[in-house]
Design a protein around this ligand. Structure first.
Ligand SMILES: NC(=O)c1ccc[n+]([C@@H]2O[C@H](COP(=O)([O-])OP(=O)(O)OC[C@H]3O[C@@H](n4cnc5c(N)ncnc54)[C@H](O)[C@@H]3O)[C@@H](O)[C@H]2O)c1
Length: 411
């Protein structure tokens, strides 16, 4: 029988420990006195040594004034505090007489476990990052009915250790959840972007509410109900593959126009300024990546696909040309290959010598909703020695050509 220990019996830890206690022997420690009919509340030393698995559920607090209950967007952003987690790790090092499986469930930002915690833990122990999607008021229900269980390991592989933790969870679960195994960093990112996606979504629907009040003749529910039922594009997995930015004749200019409307009706904030600004910086970051590769290898930059998407000629609102703009701003020439492009500026029909090629078009991802399954074929010969930067991370290695999957930094 696996023995479970909890360090931190607060709002999250105590309820979760009690759920485990319905299936396993559980002991727990908190710096404040806690009581429970199910969990054996004990000293730190006993908790550690009476457990094979040690779950850390201590606070990772934000600084004062950063909880969102008062205005804070004007203040300098700050990371969560890590002192309590570091203290818990030190306690495991100090008191454990044999090897432990340490599971951090507190919320931390992507990269934190690798950078701040793992090096502190004695190497005889093993470390997993396993954040919960749990809301106050329904902790116990949420724990056994999660949308997914995220298990972070050092290299993201479904190691025996991750498998063991899944086996520990299985008897608890009431809804047969997805088990996602990734790197520590990926699971940190899934957790924090899960929450912030919700903030972005609520920010958008509340913006429609603001417009309803200002413009009149709009029931916000009619608008949001129609959008909520739009499962072809905006709800569901569509547009959930990172790659080139939003583009075309409609989306960018709609955002830009809504910026104007927000000002016209004095909404008091400009969400789409941020969205459009981020789109531009993301294009600039990609351009800098291309330029850096090109500089290192003494090659030129070619963007494969100039129109805003494959199979159409329209270069209006194209993210390819936005990236090209920033390539030129970094002092490099840019050429495009695209047999359909309706704007022939800087378009060439073939590549002269090995180049750094941005694989901007991906037919399968763009048209998958229509049932289209064919990948984009090269618009011209790609010379041997070239480097393809694939922001969709779909291209397989090609003989004599290096393929870089932009956005995958796993070793
Ligand atoms: N509460 C939730 O619904 C929820 C949901 C998901 C994630 N989280 C995350 O879980 C973590 C804990 O959240 P919480 O709401 O339970 O916080 P909390 O403040 O209610 O509980 C933390 C507990 O840890 C104890 N503690 C502090 N330092 C300690 C130490 N060095 N050793 C032992 N115990 C110590 C505190 O006394 C407290 O009882 C945070 O990172 C939070 O972001 C919370």
């Amino acid at each position: 029988m696996k023995r479970i220990g909890f360090i931190g019996l607060g709002k999250l830890g105590l309820d979760c420990a009690e759920v485990f206690a319905q299936h396993y022997p559980v002991s727990g420690y908190d710096i404040y006195p806690r009581t429970s009919d199910l969990v054996k509340v004990s000293s730190i030393e006993n908790t550690i040594n009476n457990s094979d698995w040690i779950f850390i559920a201590v606070p990772t607090p934000h600084a004062d004034g950063y909880d969102g209950s008062v205005p804070s967007s004007h203040m300098e952003p700050k990371d969560f505090g890590h002192d309590a987690v570091i203290d818990a790790i030190n306690q495991v090092n100090q008191f454990a007489t044999d090897s432990k499986k340490v599971v951090l469930i507190s919320t931390v930002l992507p990269g934190t476990t690798r950078k701040n915690f793992y090096s502190l833990l004695d190497k005889k122990h093993q470390f997993l990052y396993n954040p919960y999607l749990i809301a106050m008021g329904s902790v116990k229900w949420d724990m056994v009915n999660p949308e997914m269980v995220m298990i972070g390991t050092e290299d993201g592989d479904r190691t025996a250790l991750a498998g063991e933790l899944i086996d520990i969870y299985k008897p608890l679960m009431k809804n047969d959840p997805r088990y996602i195994v990734g790197t520590w960093d990926e699971c940190e990112a899934i957790k924090i972007f899960y929450n912030t996606f919700i903030s972005a979504k609520v920010g958008l629907v509340n913006m429609i509410q603001d417009f309803a009040l200002k413009i009149g003749n709009i029931n916000v529910d009619v608008v949001t109900d129609a959008l909520a039922a739009s499962t072809m594009r905006i709800m569901g997995p569509k547009y959930m593959t990172a790659g080139m930015g939003d583009a075309g004749a409609c989306h960018p200019r709609d955002n830009i126009a809504l910026r104007w409307l927000a000002k016209e009706y004095d909404i008091g904030y400009d969400l789409f300024d941020t969205v459009m600004h981020a789109r531009e910086i993301q294009a600039e970051n990609l351009a800098k990546f291309l330029v850096n590769e090109a500089k290192q290898r003494g090659m030129s930059v070619v963007i494969h696909g100039k129109a805003y998407k494959p199979d159409v000629p329209y270069c209006i609102g194209s993210y390819s040309t936005l990236v090209g703009y920033y390539v030129k701003q970094a002092g490099f020439n840019v050429r495009y290959v695209d047999p359909l492009a309706d704007d022939p500026t800087e378009v060439v029909s073939e590549m002269v010598g090995p180049s750094v090629v941005l694989w901007a078009h991906n037919r399968k991802i763009t048209y998958e909703y229509t049932g289209e399954q064919d990948e984009t074929k090269a618009y011209c010969d790609i010379p041997r020695g070239s480097v393809i930067v694939d922001p969709w991370r779909q291209l397989a290695d090609v003989d004599g050509i290096t393929v870089i999957h932009y956005g995958n930094t796993r070793k």
